[in-house]
Design a protein around this ligand. Structure first.
Ligand code: UFG
Length: 327
């Protein structure tokens, strides 16, 4: 299938592009390179463009005979979204509205959307099932939920077939550890701890030690990037028969910030300084997934559920690419 991968130069998008190519699809990457890396795009056509550019989107759909869209192009920092809510609504909601408009006008129906566990806010029951109330506690999560709602209504017109995949914490490096995580600035826990282990930063800071968890630090469900991407392939195929798919993507196992630090210390064999600081705004205490719906309905199987394996792949990539991607 010819798939437009919006945000295909980013961490998740580049891994997805690689997997699409290896699975016999023909991805075309559409990315404005505001966050992504051109060098992370391998074996795929590349269009430099912004989702605000309606004309370029329609032209790209027509020129490449695009049959489906996977959409990874979004701002992702919950903390920043609390400071700059309008930036998040603009990028994550308005630009996706533009993308869906261009899809409708070009007659492209299939849409796989990167949603997030952040749509749930602070859920009452853990692990989280898809039907849990959506009460995001930051504009990031709310902007993604607004897109999901827009997809529900657009699907009801008969012009959209969509999958909303709610990611828990994507981590690790894919494609034999050749496609890694390189954000600027980096805000994600595992790459930051690895940088501390590599001596590239003075310490790792724990944001909050007074959460209602066993060791007082936040608990997250880390999912290997390749496992995350494989669910997208299954969802894309299922859109031949279904018009609406909504799934959590996680392993169902939670690790606290302290536990993740211990795993990085064990995998790397390095010791480094750990500093306890205040909570970061917009962080729920515990997010773990009940992914039984996607397992049951799509037959999703994870290949790398162990946090040790996830960290090993990330550690390998960071050591082989100590300065990240060259661009
Ligand atoms: N953390 C620290 N120190 C740091 C960085 C992070 O203690 O230096 C903590 C955070 O407070 C949080 C946990 O580590 O408790 C994980 O933080 P990340 O920033 O790595 O990830 P988030 O859980 O905030 O968010 C990630 C993605 C979102 C996605 C979300 C879904 O960035 O896009 O997972 O759960 F929506």
């Amino acid at each position: 299938m010819k798939v437009l991968v919006c945000g295909g130069a980013g961490y998740i998008g580049s891994n997805m592009t690689d997997m699409l190519t290896k699975s016999g699809h023909q991805p075309v990457v559409f990315d404005n390179l505001s966050k992504g890396h051109k060098t992370a795009v391998k074996n795929a056509e590349f269009v430099r463009g912004d989702l605000a550019d309606y004309n370029l989107l329609v032209e790209t759909f027509r020129k490449h005979k695009i049959e489906a869209v996977m959409h990874f192009a979004a701002l992702i920092e919950a903390g920043e979204s609390v400071e700059l809510p309008l930036k998040y609504y603009h990028n994550n909601f308005c630009n996706t509205r533009n993308l869906l408009t261009a899809m409708e006008d070009a007659g492209v129906e299939k849409f796989v959307f990167s949603s997030t566990a952040a749509v749930y806010g602070i859920p009452q029951d853990i692990p989280i099932v898809e039907g849990t109330r959506k009460l995001a506690i930051n504009p990031y999560g709310e902007s993604k939920w607004a897109v999901e709602r827009m997809c529900q209504f657009q699907r009801a017109t008969g012009k959209l077939r969509y999958a909303a995949l709610r990611y828990f914490n994507a981590a690790g490096a894919g494609a034999g550890s050749t496609l890694g995580e390189d954000h600027s600035p980096e805000t994600h826990l595992i790459p930051l701890i690895i940088q501390a282990a590599m001596g590239k930063r003075a310490d790792i800071k724990i944001f909050g030690t007074d959460y209602p968890t066993d060791d007082g630090t936040c608990v997250r469900d880390y999912i290997h990037i390749q496992d995350l991407c494989s669910a997208h392939l299954l969802a894309l195929a299922r859109l031949d028969d279904e018009t609406e798919l909504v799934y959590n993507l996680g392993n169902g196992t939670g690790y606290s910030v302290r536990q993740v630090i211990d795993v990085v210390k064990a995998v790397s064999g390095k010791d480094f300084s750990v500093v306890e600081t205040d909570r970061r705004p917009g962080d729920p205490p515990v997010l773990t997934a009940d992914a039984s719906k996607v397992i049951g309905e799509l037959g999703w199987k994870t290949q790398f559920p162990q946090l040790e394996t996830i960290v090993e792949t990330a550690w390998k990539w960071h050591n082989e690419n100590p300065d990240g991607y060259p661009d």
